[in-house]
Design a protein around this ligand. Structure first.
Ligand code: FES
Length: 555
C-alpha cells in the first residue's frame, strides 16, 4: 500500500519538469483515489503498522551486528517517521486544526517558499525511496525473473527519484515565479495551508512536536530496554554453538543461531535478513537437537518449500537453549550467499533437466610417448571444442571429470527443448571432433574418440562446490544413470547413447536405431536406450535436433 502511494507520488513530482499545471492536473486524476477517508485510513494504517514493525524489529534483534544493507534498511525505516510526521502535519494534518487545505500548487509553493520544508520533502523522498528499493530488492531477488529485470529495475530506481526531485524543484521554482508575478494567485493558493487561528496553529505545532517527541521517546525506551535485556542476559545462562571448523561461540541464551554467528563474527549466509523467506541461513544440526525449540510456523513453511531434511533448521528462526553443533549449508562467500541469483537454480531445487556426458576414449594411450606439454595441449583443444559446442547449443557446462565433462540443458527453457539442444550439442561435438582429428592428423597415432550419453529426468540442480568457486551443477539418479549410459557406448560400439526417457521427453522418434535394455549400476530395473553410431546417421540426427533446437549445429 505504501509503495502504491509513493510510486505515483514520485512519478507525479517528475511531471513538474513539464509544468506545474501538468503536475497538478495529473494529481487530480489519482490523488482522490488515495486521499479519501478510506484511502487515508488504509495508508496511515499501513504506515503505522510498518513503523510498529520497524520498532519491534529493533527490539527483537538481540544483536545489532548485521550486514550493511540490513543496517541501512533498518536505519532508513526508523528515520521515516521523523520526516513523515512533519510532512503530514504540514499538509493534510493541518486541516485537523482548522486549515481549509490546499491543492497541489499550494503545497508546492508553500514548501518551496519556506525553504527548509522543501529540503525536508526532498530528504523524505530519498529516505522513503531508498528504504523501499532495498526492501523490494531483497524481497524480489529470490524470484527467478528478477535477474532478467534487474537492469531495467535499477535504471527505474535511480531515474524516477532523480526526475521526481528535479520535477519538484522545477515546479517549486515555477510556483514561486508565478506568485511573485501575481501575489493574489500566490495568496489564494496558500490560503488554507495553515490554520488561521494562531492558537490552532500553535496546537498544530505542539502536536507535531509531541508526535516527534513521542516517537523518539519510544525509540529511546526500546534502546534502553535492549540495554537492560543485554545486561540481564550477560548474567543469565549462555549457550555454546560449535561450527564445522571446530570453532565455538558462547553467547547469551535467547539469541537465534544466526545472531550467535554474527555475535561471534562467524560468517553466516542470510539473504533475506532473517525473515524466514530465503532459507539461505539453513543449518544441519549435527548435535544438540534436543536444545532447540520446535520450528515455528514461518520456519516450517520455509523448510517445507525446500524439502529440507528433518535435521535441517533455519538459523534465523532457531533460538537454542543449550549447546549444539551446526553446519551452515550455504557457503558465506558463494554467489547465493551474496544474493547473486544469476541462475534460478542457485539455491538448489529439484527439476527436470537434460544431461549430457562425454568421455574421451584412450586418454592414457594418448599420453604414451608424448611430452606432458603436448598431452595438455591436445586435451585443451578437445575440451575447447566440446565446450564451444555446448555453448552454441545453449547448454551449461557443469562438471569436468578429467577425461570428460558433463553439461546440463533446458535450464532456461524446459526439458523438451533441453533434450533437443543436448542432441544438437552431441552432433556438433562429433563434427568438431572429426575436424580436430583432421587438424591433428600428423601428430596423433590414432584419432581421438569419445562416447556421449544423453538422459533426462529429475535432478537436484544448484550452485555447489568450494565457497570460492561454486558451480551450477546437478546431482541425483538422473546424473548417475547418464554417466552409466555414456560408458555403455563402449560396450555397444557406438558414439552416442540416448535414453528412451530422454527421447520421449524431447519428442524424438529414435525408433530407427537399435533399442537396448541397459543394466544400470545400483538399479533393479534396466534403462531402455538407443545406441546410435556415428558417422552414417548425421543427417537424420541433425533433422531431429533441428526440429526444435534450431541452433548449435556449427560444423
Ligand atoms: S536468513 Fe533468510 S530464511 Fe533465514
Amino acid at each position: 500500500m505504501i509503495a502504491a502511494f509513493v510510486l505515483p507520488h514520485v512519478a507525479n513530482h517528475a511531471l513538474g519538469l513539464a509544468s506545474l499545471d501538468v503536475m497538478t492536473s495529473v494529481s487530480f486524476a489519482w490523488l482522490p483515489w488515495m486521499l479519501n477517508p478510506v484511502g487515508l485510513a488504509i495508508l496511515y494504517g499501513a504506515f503505522a503498522v510498518h513503523i510498529a514493525l520497524a520498532v519491534f524489529a529493533l527490539w527483537r534483534r538481540r544483536t545489532l551486528k548485521m550486514p550493511v544493507w540490513e543496517a541501512a534498511q533498518l536505519a532508513l525505516g526508523l528515520l521515516v517517521p521523523l520526516i513523515l510526521v512533519q510532512h503530514v502535519m504540514g499538509t493534510r494534518g493541518a486541516t485537523l486544526f482548522g486549515a481549509s487545505g490546499v491543492a497541489y500548487p499550494g503545497v508546492v509553493l508553500g514548501l518551496w517558499l519556506d525553504g527548509w520544508p522543501a529540503l525536508q520533502q526532498a530528504a523524505f523522498l530519498v529516505v522513503v525511496w531508498a528504504h523501499l528499493c532495498i526492501g523490494f530488492h531483497y524481497w524480489l531477488r529470490l524470484r527467478p525473473w528478477y535477474a532478467r529485470a534487474r537492469v531495467a529495475l535499477t535504471i527505474a530506481a535511480i531515474l524516477l527519484p532523480v526526475l521526481g526531485l528535479l520535477g519538484f524543484a522545477r515546479a517549486g521554482w515555477e510556483a514561486a515565479r508565478k506568485a511573485a508575478e501575481d501575489p493574489a494567485w500566490g495568496g489564494e493558493e496558500l490560503r488554507g495551508m495553515r490554520p488561521e487561528d494562531p492558537a490552532a496553529e500553535a496546537a498544530r505545532m505542539r502536536t507535531t512536536l509531541g508526535l516527534l517527541g513521542g516517537y523518539l521517546g519510544i525509540l529511546a525506551l526500546v534502546l534502553a530496554a535492549r540495554g537492560l535485556r543485554h545486561a540481564g542476559k550477560r548474567r543469565a545462562a549462555s549457550v555454546k554453538i560449535t561450527y564445522p571448523s571446530g570453532r565455538t561461540v558462547v553467547a547469551p541464551a535467547g539469541l537465534s543461531i544466526l545472531e550467535i554467528s554474527r555475535f561471534g563474527g562467524v560468517p553466516h549466509t542470510s539473504v533475506c535478513g532473517g525473515r524466514a523467506r530465503c532459507t539461505t541461513c539453513r543449518i544441519r544440526v549435527a548435535d544438540g537437537a534436543e536444545n532447540l525449540p520446535p520450528a515455528n510456523h514461518l520456519e516450517t513453511e520455509a523448510l517445507r518449500r525446500v524439502n529440507a531434511e528433518p535435521n535441517v533448521r533455519l538459523a534465523c528462526q532457531t533460538r537454542p537453549s543449550g549447546a549444539c553443533t551446526v553446519f551452515p549449508l550455504i557457503p558465506p562467500r558463494s554467489p547465493s550467499a551474496l544474493g547473486a541469483v544469476e541462475k534460478p537454480d542457485s539455491f538448489g531445487r529439484e527439476r527436470q533437466v537434460a544431461v549430457l556426458f562425454i568421455d574421451l576414449r584412450g586418454s592414457t594411450t594418448l599420453a604414451e610417448g608424448k611430452l606432458p606439454f603436448d598431452v595438455v595441449f591436445y586435451l585443451n583443444q578437445f575440451f575447447a571444442e566440446m565446450s564451444d559446442a555446448i555453448d552454441e547449443a545453449g547448454g551449461h557446462y557443469s562438471n569436468f571429470t578429467g577425461d570428460g565433462l558433463m553439461a546440463l540443458f533446458g535450464l532456461e527453457s524446459n526439458v523438451k527443448a533441453g533434450v533437443r539442444d543436448a542432441l544438437a550439442a552431441a552432433l556438433a561435438m562429433l563434427r568438431r571432433l572429426d575436424h580436430l582429428n583432421q587438424r591433428l592428423e600428423n601428430e596423433l597415432r590414432q584419432p581421438l574418440k569419445m562416447g556421449i550419453g544423453i538422459h533426462s529426468g529429475v535432478a537436484i540442480v544448484g550452485m555447489m562446490g568450494p565457497p570460492k568457486t561454486p558451480i551450477l551443477t546437478a546431482l541425483g539418479d538422473t546424473i548417475n544413470t547418464c554417466a552409466r549410459l555414456e560408458s555403455l557406448t563402449k560396450s555397444y560400439g557406438v558414439d552416442l547413447v540416448v535414453s528412451e526417457a530422454a527421447a520421449r521427453a524431447g519428442g524424438l522418434d529414435l525408433s530407427g536405431f537399435a533399442r537396448h535394455e541397459a543394466e544400470a549400476k545400483g538399479k533393479a530395473e534396466t534403462v531402455p536406450m538407443y545406441a546410435i553410431p556415428w558417422p552414417g546417421n548425421e543427417a537424420v540426427l541433425a533433422q531431429l535436433s533441428q526440429a526444435q533446437a534450431g541452433k548449435g549445429l556449427a560444423a
